[in-house]
Design a protein around this ligand. Structure first.
Ligand code: FES
Length: 148
């Protein structure tokens, strides 16, 4: 079911841990499965010089965090912003369709960490895209609205 790359990053995840003096931290969760991901970035001269993660979640979420942190390290903040869940999944040589949402957490975590960094720099946060892959969150919000 999983590619070799996913298994490799699940069994030996890269960049697990906390950056104590992080320049940006992004914490995201999926309300449906309850999984949580926290991404830490260290930025120097607009470049991500280090990235770490802590993920409480499924194997695909752990592999996605591992790959996502690998992908953003060395990139400029602008380039890292462009790392989508699709590019994380592609770098993992694919994810099963029902596990694609796990890679969405990685994209959201990166965006949150970057915006946290931007806010700390006194910059305007960038608009976090609300694409189709955010349907789960929208769905949750709609449910709440329906209830109230
Ligand atoms: S099942 Fe929740 S992130 Fe994978």
């Amino acid at each position: 079911m999983y590619s070799q790359k996913v298994m490799e990053h699940f069994m030996k995840p890269r960049n697990v841990g906390v950056i104590e003096d992080a320049d940006g931290v992004g914490e995201v969760g999926n309300p449906v499965c309850g999984d949580i991901m926290k991404i830490y970035i260290k930025v120097k001269d607009n470049r991500i010089v280090d990235a770490k993660f802590m993920t409480f979640g499924c194997g695909a979420a752990i592999a996605s965090s591992s790959m996502a942190t690998e992908l953003i390290k060395g990139k400029t903040v602008d380039e890292a912003w462009e790392v989508s869940n699709a590019s994380v999944a592609e770098a993992l040589e694919g994810l099963p369709p029902i596990k694609m949402h796990c890679s969405v957490l990685a994209e959201e975590g990166i965006h949150k960490a970057i915006n946290d960094y931007r806010k700390k720099q006194g910059l305007e946060p960038w608009a976090e895209e609300r694409g189709a892959h955010h349907a789960l969150h929208t769905g949750a919000a709609e449910t709440q609205e329906t209830r109230s």
